[in-house]
Design a protein around this ligand. Structure first.
Ligand code: SAH
Ligand code: MG
Length: 211
């Protein structure tokens, strides 16, 4: 398994662009950016689905939003971040890598920023913020998703804990993992969406609005 992963990541590495330098920074500073196989999966979904308007919940340093925007100059990303330090670093990175025209940062808690985007519609939503709130983000923002639009949820297997909650001793982590379990069950039973789950990296859900 590990060998397969290393082999494939090395193959993919040949196409990497310099935004990838931020991964080293993120790892050193414990910023939980999207894992590599997951990122490549999402990028391929973007190439197939061709969204022009993407909404991201959870910007961090702007790594994933720049990766998405880099696929096509037509793509516009709106991304929401509540942490001030992260906001500053994201703005800096968007300038440094020249994505100011394609990426719009909304500063604030995503649960309170609906009004900032309510007049817009999106082709894709990437949910990657506080894991206990994922369902709330989904319910709040998917009314803005076009029919046949795609919702991608990261970390649905959180650290292998979601499938094996008994190993979790910490009370807060346990609460969070329970919420992810509930979300996954709610999502697969949500008849307005067709969902599948991918067992790569920290787990990924891909949900399509409508039939
Ligand atoms: N998508 C990024 C990683 C995001 S990490 C990437 O892959 O590159 C998760 C981020 O979500 C953190 O920076 C955290 O501050 C932010 N976050 C958590 N809860 C949030 C909320 N309710 N509203 C806005 N941002 C939130
Ligand atoms: Mg994530």
């Amino acid at each position: 398994m590990e060998k397969n992963q290393t082999y494939l990541l090395n193959l993919l590495n040949h196409n990497s662009i310099n935004i990838e330098n931020l991964r080293t920074f993120a790892e050193k500073n414990s910023v939980p950016i999207v894992d590599r196989m997951t990122l490549e999966m999402i990028k391929q979904i973007i190439r197939i689905h061709k969204p022009t308007k993407i909404l991201e919940i959870g910007t961090a340093i702007g790594y994933s939003s720049m990766q998405f925007a880099s696929i096509d100059p037509q793509i516009q990303v709106t991304t929401i971040e509540r942490n001030e330090r992260m906001q500053q670093q994201a703005i800096q990175n968007f300038e440094h890598y020249n994505f100011q025209k394609q990426i719009h940062l909304i500063k604030g808690d995503a649960l309170e920023q609906f009004a900032a985007v309510e007049n817009q519609s999106f082709d894709m939503i990437f949910i990657d913020a506080a894991k206990a709130q994922t369902q709330k983000f989904f319910e709040l923002y998917t009314p803005l998703l076009k029919n046949h639009g795609v919702v991608i949820t990261d970390n649905i297997l959180y650290h292998d804990f979601v499938a094996d909650i008994d190993v979790v001793r910490n009370r807060n982590v346990r609460q969070m993992v329970k919420k992810i379990q509930k979300y996954n069950e709610w999502l697969i039973n949500n008849e307005a969406f067709t969902t599948n789950f991918l067992n790569i990296d920290d787990g990924l859900a891909i949900s399509i609005k409508g039939e």
